[in-house]
Write a protein that binds this ligand. Structure first.
Ligand SMILES: [Mn+2]
Length: 450
């Protein structure tokens, strides 16, 4: 085979709206909103600098099928820039930007191949230095938002061609149940098609499922929520004479998402806790000085500081202060090294002797015993939660919302309720007033936004 180099990216989600983040000042929001475009700009930069022969993009170029005009124009601009450097582009559309989406209807420029939704065709990839044919590239787009057939099975090698074969597919390989099962297929299906490189999209977590044939999810180019943590970018792939591949990951994101754990164990007062959080913020700033970070802190462990978090709303107070400081940076346009704390997940508890409490003949002891039993018995957990939710179920809207709550979330509720009970009742069972006004709260962003 003839050695060559290409760039593989997917899930650009251009002009993503970052709806998961609440209470963001305009100065921070505008930077977030620009981040998917900034990542696209860096992608073009990498393609030019690394002298790739062509670029493949595996679907979800736009965030919504009714893509914004700005998203479309800026993508066209990026394509033109690649064209100026003679870099060809092969792309497909995915479940977020299917072919039937109401977008500008214009013929793609000559150096851009947009694959349709019919059986994959065989396009040719060229080496820029000498114009030699080096690869057969095939792909299949989503005609509408929902494709549930196994479209991988429609790929077949070009007869009689010994060139390196690349397949562009937007779909779910080996049923990752965290994602909706669009275009489901198995690793075996892909291997059997005889292609050399499966350029996948759809799953936003970067992963190399197999080395030969290469089956690769590059992940999205810019994280969009607290569920998409860590570096985001694309792969530059070198194909050697034997058809082997070497992949180099290039970071493209300008906003990095983090979830960081801070244990409250051993912290004896509020000042020590604040110091621990501030230190964690500065650590992130040092680790990622060239761009903005968004972080959620998980407060874990057992200690007396928990009482401040649960009863005084200390996390909410500190959150407001941390955000105020970073807003000042944003207003001065100092986005590099800005660390936006999006919220605290209070998962900590009081320093208690749980074993001792479980044996106690008291209201608290009984409560913990019920909680423990329900934790280990799904039907008991359901009963307990259904009884507790009874009053809410009378409201039609709430009933609809609550019916979609999963087992993990129910377990979470139970644990949080048990901790709340311990915080409120431990050592002061007479205090009926406090129980009547539970001060529990979770500061900041929702725990589970989509
Ligand atoms: Mn996607």
């Amino acid at each position: 085979m003839i050695p060559f180099r290409f760039l593989h990216a997917a899930d650009l989600h251009l002009d993503s709206r970052f709806i998961g983040l609440a209470h963001i000042p305009p100065s921070v929001r505008s930077y977030l909103k620009e981040s998917t475009f900034a990542a696209l700009g860096r992608l073009v930069g990498v393609a030019v600098q690394e002298k790739v022969d062509f670029v493949v993009i595996s679907g979800d170029i736009y965030d919504i099928s009714d893509a914004s005009l700005q998203g479309q124009l800026r993508f066209q601009e990026a394509l033109q820039e690649l064209g100026r450097h003679d870099i060809g582009v092969f792309l497909i559309h995915g479940n977020h930007d299917p072919l039937d989406g109401p977008r500008l209807t214009s013929e793609p420029p000559k150096h851009v191949t947009v694959f349709g939704s019919e059986e994959p065709v065989h396009a040719v990839g060229y080496r820029r230095s000498d114009g030699k044919e080096v690869a057969i590239v095939s792909g299949i787009s989503y005609p509408t938002a929902k494709v549930t057939e196994n479209t991988a099975l429609t790929f077949h090698r070009k007869q009689g061609s010994s060139l390196f074969h690349i397949a562009l597919l937007h779909g779910n390989v080996d049923g990752d149940l965290q994602h909706e099962t669009y275009s489901p297929c198995t690793r075996r299906d892909l291997i059997e098609r005889g292609y050399d490189y499966w350029a996948l999209g759809h799953i936003h977590t970067r992963s190399i499922l197999l080395e030969r044939p290469a089956i690769v999810y590059p992940g999205n180019i810019q994280g969009r929520s607290i569920k998409e943590t860590g570096p985001k970018g694309c792969y530059v792939v070198d194909v050697d004479e034997e058809g082997g591949t070497t992949l180099h990951f290039h970071e493209l994101d300008s906003v990095r998402w983090w979830v960081k754990e801070i244990s409250i164990e051993g912290l004896s007062n509020e000042a020590e806790w604040i110091e621990a959080v501030e230190r964690a913020v500065e650590e992130i700033r040092e680790m990622h000085p060239q761009a903005m970070s968004v972080v959620r802190f998980r407060l874990t462990g057992r200690g007396n500081v928990h009482r401040l978090l649960a009863e005084k709303g200390a996390a909410e107070d500190l959150l407001a202060e941390l955000q105020r400081r970073e807003t000042m940076l944003a207003e001065r346009q100092e986005y590099n090294g800005l660390v936006w704390t999006e919220g605290f997940a209070v998962e900590s508890g009081l320093a208690i002797d749980r074993e001792q409490l479980l044996l106690e003949d008291s209201f608290l002891g009984e409560m913990l015993r019920i909680a423990m039993r329900s934790e280990n018995n799904p039907s008991e957990l359901d009963d307990l939660i259904n009884t507790a939710l009874q009053p809410l179920m009378e409201n039609q809207e709430l009933r609809k919302l609550l019916s979609s709550v999963g087992a993990d979330e129910k377990l979470d509720w139970l644990r949080q309720a048990a901790e709340l009970g311990v915080t409120l009742l431990n050592g002061r069972e007479d205090s009926a007033e406090e129980v009547a006004n539970p001060p529990y709260r979770q500061a900041g962003g929702q725990k589970d936004e989509h």
